[in-house]
Design a protein around this ligand. Structure first.
Ligand SMILES: Nc1ncnc2c1ncn2[C@@H]1O[C@H](COP(=O)(O)OP(=O)(O)OP(=O)(O)O)[C@@H](O)[C@H]1O
Ligand SMILES: [Mg+2]
Ligand SMILES: [Zn+2]
Length: 334
């Protein structure tokens, strides 16, 4: 089992970075106040939408709620966890079978009351992929809410969901997970797995995963195959530069010696570091240190923005670096 699956949260309390959502849901589950029948969860990939949908499905059915969290041990929670009930249906709208299921499940079956659970739950993942026809069918169904049927819709692309559907759901906006919370989460997984990791490596992974928890956990999984989780192994496995390398490289550019800089570019490239990613990482780093030297930060941001803009069009990415850095040096020695 992958670490991302192994550490998929099973309660609202263990979802990280989405307190603004989980607190509301927990309160609604325990008080039954302002309860809705339909929920729409949207936000960036890998931030916990599908995870929250499953937890919510359990909470709506749990026989022994724990402060709004599903208990995961009662008969209903277990049936959902083990996929043993027909009252819990998960449909992936992005797949062909998803479309077929929607026809069958929504039009034909949603009208029947649940057989074993308190509430029949439909989780429709990637709901933005539904056809116009399927959206209409869904709309018809949710227009006549029934107490014992709930729809939980999840999507990364809310723009593609019709307003008529959105307006009939309680909508939750998942956020990118903040770097500190991510680092804390990764450290706890590392400890539970008895892996060894440096703080720098954890921070680097938190950063390059760009707030996507699934990717961050996946990187821990992949890099740990090489042994300890350190910056060298991250570079080797993921083709990502360490913070130290980025700082050194910027230092060299500030020094202004073209020959030394160009040799470094080749060295970075030969290490298997993806130069497109390297440029993005460097920009992120500059953003963090911007105030330390505003003039240099401004100029070098322009140079790296240039690199990112051009790199796709050249078969040899190192050249793009050299041309842009050469211009940078010329501008600054005039
Ligand atoms: N907020 C979170 N807290 C803890 N773990 C998380 C969180 N978000 C994602 N994960 C981890 O990432 C994995 C995938 O999460 P999930 O499937 O819920 O993401 P998603 O938002 O539905 O992504 P997608 O948009 O790609 O479908 C989980 O199994 C879990 O390990
Ligand atoms: Mg999902
Ligand atoms: Zn339960």
């Amino acid at each position: 089992m992958s670490l991302a699956n192994k550490y998929r949260p099973q309660t609202f309390d263990t979802i990280i970075g989405q307190n603004h959502i989980t607190e509301i849901l927990k309160a609604q589950m325990s008080t039954h106040k302002q309860m809705h029948h339909n929920f729409l969860l949207f936000g960036p990939r890998g931030t916990g939408k599908t995870t929250a949908a499953r937890i919510l499905a359990k909470a709506l059915n749990c026989l022994n709620l724990q402060d709004g969290n599903p208990c995961n041990t009662c008969a209903n929670c277990q049936m959902i966890n083990e996929g043993k009930t027909l009252d819990y249906v998960e449909i992936d709208a992005a797949s062909h079978t998803g479309v077929e299921n929607i026809r069958e499940e929504i039009l034909d079956k949603a009208a029947y009351p649940p057989a074993s659970l308190k509430k029949k739950i439909y989780v429709i993942d990637e709901v933005h992929m539904l056809s116009k026809w399927a959206f209409n069918a869904l709309l018809k169904t949710i227009e006549e809410p029934r107490d014992n049927v709930c729809f939980i819709l999840a999507t990364t692309d809310i723009q593609k969901v019709p307003e008529t559907i959105i307006s009939r759901c309680q909508v939750f906006n998942f956020k990118k997970v903040d770097k500190n919370e991510m680092s804390k989460h990764l450290k706890s997984i590392v400890a539970q797995e008895e892996l060894i990791a440096t703080d720098e490596a954890i921070d680097l992974i938190a950063k390059i995963s760009e707030w996507c928890v699934r990717d961050a956990v996946k990187y821990i999984d992949q890099v740990s195959v090489l042994g300890n989780i350190d910056e060298a192994h991250i570079t080797k496995f993921l083709g990502v530069a360490s913070e130290t390398l980025i700082k050194d490289f910027l230092g060299l550019i500030q020094g202004g010696d073209a020959k030394i800089i160009f040799e470094k570019v080749d060295e970075i490239h030969n290490q298997g570091i993806d130069l497109n990613n390297f440029a993005k990482q460097t920009l992120m780093h500059i953003d963090e240190i911007f105030l330390e030297d505003i003039q240099f930060s401004t100029q070098i941001s322009e140079t790296f923005t240039d690199i990112i803009g051009n790199i796709r069009y050249y078969p040899y990415p190192a050249i793009v670096y050299k041309v842009a850095i050469h211009k940078h040096i010329q501008r600054n020695t005039k």
